[in-house]
Design a protein around this ligand. Sequence first.
Ligand SMILES: Cc1cc2nc3c(=O)[nH]c(=O)nc-3n(C[C@H](O)[C@H](O)[C@H](O)COP(=O)(O)O)c2cc1C
Length: 166
Amino acid sequence: MTKTTERASIFKKIMGQYPTGVTIVTTMDENKNPVGLTVNSFASVSIDPLMVLWCIDKRSSALNAFLQGGKYAVHTLAVDQAEACWAFAGKEKDRFSKVQWETSSNGLPIIKDSLGIFECKTVNKIDAGDHFILLGEVIDLFVNEKEPLLYYNRNVAGIPADWPNQ
Ligand SMILES: Cc1cc2nc3c(=O)[nH]c(=O)nc-3n(C[C@H](O)[C@H](O)[C@H](O)COP(=O)(O)O)c2cc1C
């Protein structure tokens, strides 16, 4: 391996061992068709105002819809949404047939029964290597009382049974 590919491989290994939650981020394309993908680069940014960010691969088939749409919805996934996680991470064309969804008053595709939902307007698009960082200001948010889906080492699962209870 060249030094560059070796470093990339160590980078991926380290990130694969960094546990995260999982989200699905959605928007409407120019023909008002819903588009979305599974994302774990999601992070909270600011409380005042409420802001979040996530990163989209420049090769994503949904890239133009997200760059031009001006708004997006982040769904933090619950433990019973593993199937949706994989459906929105593959090459499947008809991802939205795998979930129950509706259009919000903000015109965004909302996946029902998600753990949490942030509807956002895009306030900055930052060119970052092979991704764009999409910084969003939260315009609406909802939460359900559910357990989260966790992602680690290319697998998803619920909270381990021995996780400490306070
Ligand atoms: C757990 C997980 C997290 C992912 N996180 C991201 C991410 O943060 N950004 C991204 O662009 N793709 C991410 N992906 C990959 C996309 O979901 C996947 O490449 C995309 O759905 C492929 O279809 P597309 O080319 O039509 O976008 C992730 C996949 C998985 C399984």
